[in-house]
Write a protein that binds this ligand. Structure first.
Ligand code: PLP
Length: 457
């Protein structure tokens, strides 16, 4: 098909350019807009549309899937997962209900089961394929809301939160913003949530949780996390689980967007020990598993609670346990289990462990190289490194790094002051990529500190 040939031409060119093209070069939105042209009265030949589109997009594309993109927590795409994603688009299955695509439903069942196995989560938990940890967090916490309120005799799906018994929400002070967003959307309110103090790495302090639990009157939702977005630190899930399991009407959620993948590595699973004692888990696939956007998993121990929170009801839409939409916010959606399946089958257990370990080892390597000239702020337990440079404005440094184009890094605020975030999450990143990037960042920092000290502007 001519159209697919055009897509293939673009993909080959783009992917081949990733190792060498400048990373994250800023583009002018106005120029991008005008390059995209107008809506024609009469349509244009498809292959030409695609070639023109590729040319128009090119200046605004960021090589975030390339080996030297260290911003946010950004996975690339394994070639096998990319190819599987093309198959998803070609087959164009609606994964909402099994009758529309038995294949999509069963592949999600199989791939979901493999993820539970790799992450050491209960084998009979419900798995829904979500668009990201954001929507996975929402679905998990909706299941929690259902179960906690059902436990005190309130039907939240029928009656809403008006007149509902109060639920105490406890979450770590360093919880991810998307958990707060989920709490807002579910009617718990951001301000209502009690922020439990954390240690210097952002780990929830069990003693603080113990007193917060003792002070809470009714049902309690505890939001823990595996993989703090800045430090990579994992909450002490074993101690949290022990406290939660000793109390009635308590639900433990784990936001494990990237950190739960530590469980797939024999060398690192001690970081998330007892994760399986929680009630729900949000896990990204598009970050550390390196499948294309958008892909994550909602995992809930109590299948009925998730189904109660997610199911829709209509006479034309009879739903059963095989129907994926009983586990997702979305109704119609793409068969995003297929690329997850392909990635896992091509990697195998050892391949997933190796992907996790390689990224962690490279983060350690980056930290050691940074440490000679800068302050590494976190214990590098996973794939995240936080750095500060004496006498250097971090925002200015990040801009200089972006303009230089060797690599891309983000910024954050940690412990009250700005810091550079360096995240290694891409299957294709090598030691050489890390070395050249860290050296470039250090050289730019030296240049900037020279200017700050009164050198040439
Ligand atoms: C990235 C991240 C999220 C949000 O995930 P999306 O895939 O962007 O929706 C939530 N929690 C943590 C800890 C994360 O790192």
């Amino acid at each position: 098909m001519e159209e697919l040939d055009a897509a293939r031409r673009f993909a080959d060119r783009w992917l081949a350019s990733l190792p060498d093209r400048p990373v994250g070069v800023p583009a002018d939105p106005a120029a991008l807009r005008s390059a995209l042209g107008d809506l024609p009265d009469d349509g244009l030949p498809a292959a030409g549309v695609l070639d023109d589109l590729a040319a128009a997009l090119e200046p605004g594309l960021v090589s975030s899937g390339g080996p030297r993109y260290f911003g946010f927590v950004t996975g690339g795409t394994l070639p096998v997962a990319l190819a599987a994603d093309w198959m998803v688009a070609a087959a164009d299955q609606d994964a909402a209900v099994a009758v529309m695509s038995p294949a999509a439903a069963v592949v999600e069942e199989v791939a979901g089961g493999w993820v539970l196995d790799l992450l050491g989560l209960p084998g009979d938990a419900a798995v829904g394929f979500a668009t990201g940890a954001q929507t996975a967090n929402i679905a998990c916490l909706a299941a929690a809301r259902h179960a906690l309120l059902a436990g005190v005799g309130h039907d939240v799906e029928a009656d809403g939160l008006i007149g509902a018994p109060p639920v105490t929400v406890l979450l770590g002070a360093a919880a991810h913003a998307t958990v707060v967003q989920a709490l807002r959307l579910l009617g718990f309110g951001a301000r209502h949530a009690v922020r439990v103090p954390t240690d210097a790495q952002g780990r929830l302090l069990p003693e603080e949780l113990r007193s917060a639990l003792a002070a809470a009157p009714g049902p309690v939702l505890v939001c823990a996390q595996a993989g703090q977005v800045n430090t990579g630190a994992c909450d002490p899930l074993d101690e949290i689980a022990a406290l939660v399991r000793a109390r009635e009407h308590t639900w433990m959620h784990v936001d494990g967007a990237f950190g739960l993948w530590a469980a797939a590595s024999p060398a690192r699973r001690h970081l998330v020990v007892a994760a399986d004692r929680a009630d729900s888990w949000a896990v990204d696939a598009h970050k550390w598993l390196n499948v294309p956007y958008d892909s994550a998993l909602t995992v809930v121990r109590d299948r009925a609670a998730l189904a109660a929170a997610m199911s829709v009801s209509a006479p034309y839409l009879p739903l059963g346990d095989l129907d994926p939409s009983t586990r997702t916010l979305e109704n119609s959606r793409r068969a995003r289990g297929i690329p997850v399946y392909a990635a896992l089958r091509a990697l195998g257990r050892r391949g997933v462990a190796d992907l996790v370990d390689r990224c962690c080892d490279l983060a350690r390597r980056a930290a050691d190289r940074f440490a000679a000239h800068a302050e590494v702020l976190n214990d590098v337990v996973l794939n995240q490194v936080l750095v500060r440079f004496p006498g250097v404005d971090v925002a200015q440094l990040a801009r200089a790094v972006a303009e230089d184009g060797t690599c891309w890094v983000g910024t954050t605020v940690w412990d009250g002051a700005p810091a550079l975030r360096f995240s290694v999450s891409n299957w294709s990143t090598t030691a050489a990529d890390v070395d050249v990037s860290v050296d470039r960042i250090l050289a730019l920092a030296v240049e900037l500190s020279g200017r700050g000290a009164g050198g040439p502007a």
